[in-house]
Design a binder for this molecule. Sequence first.
Ligand code: COA
Length: 167
Amino acid sequence: MIKIRPHQKKDIPYRVKWLNNSNVNKFIGDELGQKTNLRKEKEWFANYQKTKNKKFFTICDDSKLIGFVGLSNISKQNKNTDLFIAIGEDEYRGKGIGKIAMKWIIDYGFNKLKLHKINLGVVKNNIAAVNLYKSLGFIIEGDMKDEVFSDDKFYDFLSMAIFNKKT
Ligand SMILES: CC(C)(COP(=O)(O)OP(=O)(O)OC[C@H]1O[C@@H](n2cnc3c(N)ncnc32)[C@H](O)[C@@H]1OP(=O)(O)O)[C@@H](O)C(=O)NCCC(=O)NCCS
């Protein structure tokens, strides 16, 4: 059974594993393909604990940790946020778990945090992610040419958003 719970200190080694997985980091992060290590992620966690505008959650299949989902740059003033998600364990992708986690975090953002708009950025050739976001009602607000560079190539980048119809 899929469970989503707050990200904990003991999850740090899994973050390192997932963010170093090339199937994940080719699509995620400020600079695609970037590697991380335990020291950097411990530092990241210490900073995360001090911030109020980020919410990170770990996605679990019963007791097995499989990925993360969350919201950053949560703005109470603008009632918006940026969403991110990764299924870090290769064998758990394409099984409907990303969709479950996305629905959960959208509900959290709209109904618990009372936000109006959830934004996300996605590399245009990340077909699985783009299809997933469209299937949930995200619309394309921006289509940026040659926005990211990785593996000797430039890639287009989409800015997508979903709106809370109740606010
Ligand atoms: C993107 C990601 C979160 C999707 O999660 P997932 O659990 O693999 O996706 P799901 O099985 O829930 O699929 C949900 C929908 O996504 C789309 N999808 C998923 N895999 C797909 C694929 N290989 N090709 C095309 N569409 C795909 C489909 O629309 C699917 O809906 P459907 O099954 O009703 O047709 C996951 O693949 C992932 O973590 N990728 C690596 C990191 C990443 O890209 N993160 C997002 C950065 S913006």
